[in-house]
Design a protein around this ligand. Sequence first.
Ligand code: SAM
Length: 272
Amino acid sequence: MKKLEVRQYLQASADVKGWFFPIDASLFGAVDEIQKMEGVEGNLFEIGVHHGKSTVLLARTLHGQERLGVCDIFEEQGLNRDASGKGDRDIFLGHMRSFGKIKDGELKVFAKSSEDLSVDDTTDRCRFFHIDGGHWPEIVLSDLITADKALLPEGVVALDDVFNPSWPGVGEGFYRFMREHPGRLVPLIIGANKVFLARPDFVATFRKYATPAKEFSKMLDAGPFSFEDKEWLGQKVLTAIRHSWVDLQPMRAALSHLGAARGTPLREFLRR
Ligand SMILES: C[S@@+](CC[C@H](N)C(=O)[O-])C[C@H]1O[C@@H](n2cnc3c(N)ncnc32)[C@H](O)[C@@H]1O
């Protein structure tokens, strides 16, 4: 997904409620773009949709014969042990039609707990698998095992909230997976609130596009972030480093959208 398409997605989905930082949306776009440059084709899957904020972006990356599968418990919120979001099927489907540009037959919805997903549901040829469902350790472990079974050799998994202090169960489930299933998936990128994982061979392929790390910023609108390699779990991981807590990018975009001429004092100030 090109930078312009990510910007169009951010604009289209601005009023969709959910949890998806622009830098993480840009990282989804960059991963998709690199997979397309590498000729990778496969399906996409997401666990935990809420109102579809991240799903809309995934739908916009579909090409050719690719399919998007999603899983959420929707009205069975009694199964949502930690109340992380609250999937609403009607709102979700409305957003997929309005903003996801989804075509007939491209979307398959599994309304059940992700613990009950099978390989028949996910398929075993996913190129992207986003995990943002239940946030307790056992379910994160189970979701990572499901993603591992579904993933192509060139696939990428994005896991939400690994470092978020509000959701310590995610980190616990993640480290259990890494300990109990060594070498299956290794870290590729640390975003603002997503950790991206891939097979070791694909990490090597991907890093061609991100060496040196600061070159990777050219592939996306990095806003107040830049990229550096950090050592984590025994290897170099492309890491989004936040340099400023004030993100001026949305204001710049709004001014250019409103047609404020270059050279006006506010535009010049925001260029810094
Ligand atoms: C944090 S929200 C998802 C946010 C969404 N990805 C976004 O971008 O805004 C978590 C979602 O997971 C769903 N969920 C919670 N427990 C689940 C489970 N065991 N299986 C499937 N979905 C679950 C909730 O209903 C909720 O919609």
